[in-house]
Design a protein around this ligand. Structure first.
Ligand SMILES: CC(C)(COP(=O)(O)OP(=O)(O)OC[C@H]1O[C@@H](n2cnc3c(N)ncnc32)[C@H](O)[C@@H]1OP(=O)(O)O)[C@@H](O)C(=O)NCCC(=O)NCCS
Length: 420
């Protein structure tokens, strides 16, 4: 277990405070310095707009801005409901001030704000894996990268639905897709409430952020045009022709109500003329495609990576805010050097009716775990038994980890493709 003490307090010369709108340009200069970017005007304006909508902590050395941490004001689906979830982004420290506790100070400031405003969760995507575990963030969702060889028809073990497929203008897509997304979001934990601007700018941007050769987004919808309420699935993808190989379909998102609807969308993607490969970068680990594909040499998982990292800033409030899949009565000994309010031994009781309590106790612990592993497991996607097997969670009572996993389980794995 990582029980390293918190990093040293930041130099007293550095002050952590709200970053005002008047400092947004300075903040972006710092971001581009830290990430080695020279964006064009349009992209800078986009970042400016995003940052203006964020909660922001600035680190100031005298009058010089030396650190920035921003957080989107998202609401996150959690099992059985949703919670406000500051979603950390634009984290940057001036190269002159690195490893002096600036990031640590900004995160502490964010946690303090969460505590003051009853927000028990925070989340982020990490640019480097090694940075955020020490702050109590644990990977809570995972994505598969999947490739489908589509030079021949997709081999399927189920019959795809024959509902009408239609292409939708990206300008009109957000309204249609948002209705579907909002209706189904609760089924998977870890999903943010996408605003209209988020749909437009993050999902429907004409140019792809990473690959200029990709087409604008294409949106295919399953369901009759005269009944927009009956959309039963959609896919967002881009294509590109290649000189040395058949063209590529880059799949960004595919969602559908039933396996038959999913199969119809995959069959469509695999049959686009002049393409021979689908690359999907953000598929859930429990993707039905992997089971209804008739030929797993045609459909291959090429990689897996951690997605959203979750921090339980207030463990008790977070646990009491989610639903439970099975009764439990367990004493947890939680380690959280950065937020000692979470530390100690607590009895978690979940009744058959799903009501939960989490109260301090002197009883011996059934499980000892770091808050980061609790963050990983919180959405139901990271079994504690695996952490026990890896030696990073200690099980004092045989079966305790499995019992907690059963209580935390969700029907579908948590999953998101909204990176920030
Ligand atoms: C990553 C970054 C934000 C760290 O900021 P910082 O102010 O130097 O961090 P701190 O001094 O508060 O360090 C806190 C701890 O994290 C560790 N740490 C910081 N950056 C790390 C990294 N890239 N890899 C591994 N550990 C790192 C520090 O060693 C320190 O460890 P300790 O707690 O054992 O003492 C900064 O280097 C930066 O701006 N990098 C470029 C942009 C970037 O990568 N942003 C992150 C986006 S997700």
């Amino acid at each position: 277990m990582d029980s390293a003490p918190p990093s040293p307090a930041p130099s007293t010369a550095i002050a952590f405070r709200d970053l005002p709108d008047t400092d947004l340009d300075r903040a972006l200069d710092l971001v581009y310095l830290a990430f080695h970017e020279t964006p064009e005007d349009e992209k800078r304006k986009h970042h400016h707009d995003l940052l203006r909508g964020c909660e922001r902590v600035g680190a100031y050395d005298g009058r010089t801005l030396v650190g920035l941490l921003a957080a989107f004001r998202f609401t996150m689906s959690v099992p059985g409901g949703e919670l406000p979830c500051p979603s950390v982004t634009f984290v940057s420290v001036a190269p002159t001030h690195r490893r002096r506790g600036v990031l640590s100070g900004m995160i502490a400031a964010l946690f303090e704000r969460c505590g003051a405003s009853d927000r028990p969760l925070a989340a982020l995507w990490a640019s480097e894996d090694a940075i955020y575990g020490r702050f109590g963030f644990g990977p809570a969702t995972y994505n598969n990268t999947v490739e489908v060889k589509s030079e021949r028809p997709l081999d399927l073990r189920i019959v795809p639905s024959e509902g009408p497929l239609r292409l939708v203008d990206p300008a009109a897509a957000p309204e249609l897709l948002a209705a579907y997304y909002d209706r189904t979001r609760a089924a998977r934990a870890g999903r943010i409430d996408r605003t209209e601007a988020w749909w437009r700018e993050e999902w429907m941007a004409t140019e792809d952020e990473e690959d200029d050769d990709l087409s604008p987004p294409r949106v295919v919808v399953l369901g009759a045009a005269d009944d927009p309420g009956r959309v039963t699935g959609y896919a967002i993808y881009r294509t590109k022709g290649r000189d040395d190989a058949p063209g590529l379909v880059r799949l960004d998102e595919l969602e559908a109500d039933t396996p038959q609807a999913e199969a119809a969308l995959w069959r469509y993607l695999a049959s686009i003329d002049l393409t021979g490969l689908i690359q999907a970068w953000g598929r859930p680990l429990d993707d039905p495609l992997l089971l209804f594909a008739g030929d797993r040499d045609q459909v291959r998982v090429t990689g897996q990576y951690p997605g959203l990292r979750v921090r339980l800033v207030d463990v008790r409030a977070a646990l009491l805010a989610r639903s439970w899949a099975a009764p439990a009565d367990l004493v947890l000994e939680v380690r959280d050097p950065r937020l000692p309010g979470n530390e100690g031994r607590f009895r978690l009781t979940v009744t058959g009716a799903g009501g939960a309590a989490y109260e301090p106790t002197d009883a011996p612990a059934d499980l000892t775990l770091d808050v980061r592993e609790l963050g990983s497991a919180y959405l139901g996607g990271a079994p504690l038994v695996s952490f026990v097997r890896a030696g990073v969670v200690t099980e004092h009572t045989p079966g305790a980890a499995a019992a907690l996993d059963a209580a935390l389980a969700t029907a579908l794995l948590p999953h998101t493709v909204d990176t920030f």
